[in-house]
Design a protein around this ligand. Structure first.
Ligand SMILES: CCCCCCCCCCCCCCCC(=O)SCCNC(=O)CCNC(=O)[C@H](O)C(C)(C)COP(=O)(O)OP(=O)(O)OC[C@H]1O[C@@H](n2cnc3c(N)ncnc32)[C@H](O)[C@@H]1OP(=O)(O)O
Length: 227
């Protein structure tokens, strides 16, 4: 098995939940209006437009592909060394900006916004666009699984001890609609040695759609370093 390490979890405000301001604390990275965050938001908008475009239009999609490839080539020319970028990705404490689920710099992140609650739970919210469609007008079940897994993981972080998912059990009770605000609540329910037991529910309009129970094992893979 791979070597794992444990980190102390800090919040964006610089303190764990026991600091106890009594107010929800933003755990996910706040999106900036400019820079890479804005470029990622533009890419998200483009993906959404492409999925909605379809074939029954006169729009010149060959020319579009050429223009998008030209932009991709321009960005590729500016890329830093990959190993250095990986170190940079993982150097900060707390929420990271490249994250697949919450990261403002990741165009495939919805992104999910997560707040730690004074009662030890976390609450996350987002609205899913059509790129995440499974059944007609509904989210793909794998996306619900991703959002729940991640939010349960953040609930562990909020509780002070995070880990890797070993087992995730989902119950799909109702389809999750696209284009409507979804809320995920999650909480670490108990700890037994390195075993962290965490539960959550994804709801729309107050109606539970997907419930999750998970076993996490405390520890993470080591962060990349410069040497
Ligand atoms: C404001 C800032 C705050 C931010 C704060 C948070 C920010 C950041 C949040 C990120 C949130 C990401 C959330 C997504 C998290 C992933 O997506 S993680 C990726 C998906 N998961 C994986 O890839 C895990 C793959 N599996 C593995 O690497 C290894 O199996 C594991 C899970 C590390 C466990 O291996 P291990 O460390 O060698 O542990 P091992 O000794 O085998 O097992 C320990 C105990 O657990 C039991 N166990 C292990 N696996 C299982 C299993 N599947 N079923 C039942 N029992 C099991 C064992 O039987 C053993 O029990 P005991 O003998 O002690 O009673």
């Amino acid at each position: 098995m791979a070597e794992t390490v444990e980190y102390e979890v800090v919040t964006q405000a610089g303190a764990g939940r026991d600091a106890g301001s009594g107010e929800p604390v933003l755990m996910s990275a706040r999106a900036s209006e400019g820079g890479l965050d804005a470029a990622a938001a533009a890419a998200r908008r483009l993906v959404d437009a492409l999925v909605r475009l379809g074939d029954s239009t006169d729009y010149d999609t060959d020319a579009l592909a050429t223009r998008i490839n030209a932009i991709a080539a321009e960005v590729e020319d500016a890329l830093p060394d990959e190993a250095a970028r990986l170190v940079e990705m993982w150097q900060q404490e707390g929420p990271n900006r490249h994250d697949l689920v919450t990261g403002p710099q990741n165009p495939i992140a919805p992104p999910l916004v997560v707040h730690g609650q004074p009662d030890g739970s976390v609450e996350a919210s987002t609205t899913l666009p059509i790129a995440y469609q499974g059944q007609p007008r509904m989210a793909h079940g794998g996306i619900s699984a991703l959002l729940l897994d991640h939010t349960l993981g953040m609930a562990n972080g909020w509780a002070g001890r995070g880990g890797m998912t070993a087992r995730l059990t989902l119950n799909f009770k109702r389809p999750v609609p696209l284009g409507e605000p979804i809320t995920i609540r999650a909480k670490q329910e108990s700890v037994d040695g390195r075993k962290l037991y965490t539960q959550g529910v994804l709801s729309v309009d107050g109606e539970p759609c997907v419930t999750a129970e998970a076993l996490f094992i405390a520890g993470h893979l080591p962060r990349p370093t410069a040497d």
